[in-house]
Design a protein around this ligand. Structure first.
Ligand code: GDP
Ligand code: ZN
Length: 458
């Protein structure tokens, strides 16, 4: 159990210039009291109340900042320790000065994630919730943030706990059977365990299906834009990003470096990569670009394949279309503002069932349709995602797969008439794998590793 008192700036400076310093630990109220000058000392105020006052430099008695101090006594706090939050108003320099003064008077600077770690260690939240707090801090879109909030509220935890309960009930049947072998219920026990195990397996499968969407929300859809030189790849990237980070040029083949950019398409984060056109070339510099394009295509979640409305379909286009059919691709016919030279019928016959959108990036036409096509592909029309439980953490996915394997072994064991005490081992393993998700029986070094990825002050 931690016994020292920690402090850190827990919000970054907003537009209003307010920053909050959070102090947590048994001495937090006493430490702040030594620096605080207000109507009454903080150790005399009721819990969960806010007080106006000044923070003074303990050595010189100089006023460091005017503050609002919130006093929250254990256990009804985030860390389940005594917590004091100091809202500073005077900008970054006074905030730093107040923090310095706290550190000079027995508070220790919190490590990244240490507040959340204490909340976990004191039983306030479980591990999956703590990890969700981290996802929340990092989330790139509102939708991703909502998923993290759901998880932080304990949705995933409750589901995992229920699955563990199911497994425990199976194990309980087994215990009865093993302890009273004369009570000839082997058949019945096996049947009950089979039912429960199949049910658990199904629910884990369902959770794993959500993992793909969870990953998308967390890390963004890795998207590559491919097409012949000059077809409008950089222009499209820029239009989607609403800023000019990629180089746009009239000279074919000049986008040589792979540039990454995050954009928010209807709440779905897209990680866009602009690539040199995929085509055979003798130019060495360009070849590096092309090779990287092939690689990017293989690693992409989404391929945006551009064709030029103003040119006939070329050999390169056909090659690209062939390649693209093996991936999740949206075909975009660009430059529709120019006279048509593209045989759209041929294109339609070549793309199979791939979605096709026509655009004029220059005249900003067709971009809405493109965004809708992306949303259709990745959210499968499901826009009401706020209530869903998503598994979005690779550690959780790994453990779920592990648990699923153990449950599956148990099912096969029962079906092939294995002795039930062998099956028992599989089910216990499944129970333990699930337990690791919520932090039951997790090794201390793993806990340290998880929390060290946090931002300071959380
Ligand atoms: P990239 O080589 O595929 O990246 O193509 P760029 O984005 O660099 O664009 C090549 C040229 O085509 C630039 O001059 C763009 O302004 C122009 N361009 C891009 N989209 C359109 C469009 O929809 N219509 C027209 N007329 N020109 C476009
Ligand atoms: Zn380009």
């Amino acid at each position: 159990m931690e016994t020292d008192t920690i402090a850190a700036i827990s919000t970054t400076m907003g537009e209003a210039g307010i920053a909050v310093i959070r102090v947590s630990g048994p001495e937090s109220i006493a430490i702040v009291d030594r620096l605080y000058k207000g109507k009454q000392p903080l150790d005399a105020v009721p819990t969960h109340t806010v007080h106006y006052g000044r923070i003074l430099d303990p050595a010189e008695g100089k006023v460091l900042d005017e503050v609002l101090v919130t006093v929250m006594r254990a256990p009804r706090t985030f860390t389940r320790e005594d917590v004091v939050e100091i809202s500073c108003h005077g900008g970054m320099i006074p905030v730093q000065a107040v923090l310095e003064a706290l550190l000079a008077s027995e508070a220790r600077l919190a490590e990244p994630g240490e507040f959340t770690k204490r909340a976990f260690l004191n039983g306030r939240i479980d591990l999956s919730q703590a990890e969700a707090v981290m996802d929340l801090i990092r989330s790139k879109t509102d939708r991703a943030a909502r998923v993290a909030v759901n998880q932080a509220e304990g949705r995933l935890s409750r589901l995992i706990q229920r699955l563990r309960q199911e497994i425990l009930e199976s194990l309980a049947h087994l215990a009865v059977n093993v302890d009273y072998p004369e009570y000839d219920a082997e058949q019945l026990t096996g049947q009950k365990m089979l039912e429960k195990s199949r049910q658990v397996e199904q629910e884990i499968d369902h959770l794993l299906v959500t993992a793909r969407q969870g990953k998308i929300l967390r890390e963004g859809i890795a998207t590559v834009i491919v097409g012949r030189p000059n077809v409008g790849k950089s222009s499209l990237l820029n239009a989607l990003a609403h800023e000019n980070k990629a180089i746009v040029t009239d000279i074919p083949g000049t986008t040589r470096d792979v540039i990454e950019e995050y954009v928010n398409v209807r709440g779905i984060p897209l990680r866009l990569v602009d690539t040199a056109g995929i085509r055979e070339t003798e130019d060495l510099v360009e070849k590096i670009g092309v090779e990287r394009s092939h690689q990017a295509l293989a690693e992409a979640d989404l391929v945006l394949l551009l064709l030029n409305h103003a040119e006939e379909l070329g050999e390169d286009d056909r090659k690209l279309l062939k390649l693209a059919r093996e991936h999740t691709t949206i075909v975009i016919v660009n430059k529709t503002d120019l006279p048509s030279r593209l045989d759209l019928e041929e294109v339609t016959s070549l793309i199979g069932g791939l979605p096709l959108v026509t655009t004029s990036v220059k005249e900003e036409k067709g971009l809405d349709e493109l965004e809708q096509a992306i949303a259709d592909l990745f959210m499968e029309g499901r826009t009401q995602t706020a209530d869903a439980t998503y598994v979005s953490n690779t550690r959780h996915v790994h453990l779920l797969k592990e648990a699923r394997k153990h449950v599956h072994d148990a099912i096969e064991g029962i079906e092939s008439g294995m002795p039930l005490d062998m099956v028992e081992i599989d089910l216990k393993n499944a129970w333990e794998s699930l337990g690791e998700i919520i932090g039951d029986a997790v090794a201390e070094d793993l806990i340290d590793q998880i929390f060290s990825q946090f931002c300071l002050g959380k």
